[in-house]
Design a protein around this ligand. Sequence first.
Ligand code: SF4
Ligand code: SF4
Length: 379
Amino acid sequence: MLYSEYGKTGKKVSAVGFGGMRFDMTKSNDENAELVLYAAAQGINYFDSAPYYCDDQSETILGLAFKQLKSNSFFIATKCPLSEDTEQKAYDMVCRSLDKLKQPKIHFYHLWNLRKTSHFEQATAPGGLYDGLLRAQSEGLIEHICCSTHQDGPGIRNTVMSGRFEGVLMGVNLLNFMFRWDGVLACNELDLGVACMNPLAGGVIPQHSDALAFLADEGETPTDAALRFLIANPRVNITLNGFTTKEQVDQACRVANNVVPMTDASFERIKKNISTNLDEICTSCGYCKGCPAKIPIPGYMMFYNQMLLENKSEQKMIELIEAFHGYMGVADRQADAKDCIECGLCEERCTQHLPIIKRLKELARWEKEAEKIPKKLED
Ligand code: SF4
Ligand code: SF4
């Protein structure tokens, strides 16, 4: 395992971080805690969680595992949502996490999910969220204040220039890195820690390994290449992986144990091949939930990904849309793409800044066209 110092915090963190957002919730908390212990045995020492992950069990699961680990052998990261908008609410949120984690302190505490400048301004207003974190820090309940953000590169640069944070967690992967790379560079310039999440673009990279074969060097898979891109990158301290299985832990650790930095030639080849559209894929993060028209947006956007990633024609998408209606989270839908009332809520929340309304209009047109295709007779 590779380790590096996380900014100026003095903490040596593992290049592979454990993201506690994808536990298998058909298993017991004790069984999931076993996976955490397995990861720790492979050298992973950074464990990320958040309130409400995995039916609000993620912090509890990590807490069960931490009880069995030597103190000082691991680092905990968790988060406070922007909805905790007063000093007291934010402070209470820290206490809530400590209680679930059964730990005396949290090493890296994140102001969670900054997506625009006004979020930062709101959180750092006097008597607001950030003040609650300062109070928790002064009492030794948290060590380092960080943030997680889905802003673009320049937005992240502005945020970190405030001097309020010691590290930043951001969604970066081989498919979208150009969108946020300036944020990574800004953190490097200021000697702040850099943690990257979503290294496999929400599963898009492994699911489309043929179309993305250009990402890989000889003898590796696109998934390995995507992990190597971040794990072997000296500009990145931690690559967070949402682990569900031991095999996934092994895969990430294998990359970290045989680290081969990406050559300039590979990097250039990838850059050349990534069309501008690839920056615009939906990573199925789910932050656009809550559509007033009840449209299952991530499902629709993941379907749209197929066109971008696999260069499918519009006609092909029309032919496929009926089959798609049976899965990708749209099977139980209460509304179709055409029901969008263009309120803009989803676009405001979208971590990838996707033109969701425009895409839904296209999808609605495809759905209408598909109705004209004669149905096959059932056997
Ligand atoms: S813009 Fe359309 S899809 Fe987005 S939240 Fe509003 S109604 Fe839903
Ligand atoms: S549409 Fe945007 S917010 Fe919604 S799941 Fe996709 S990337 Fe995430």
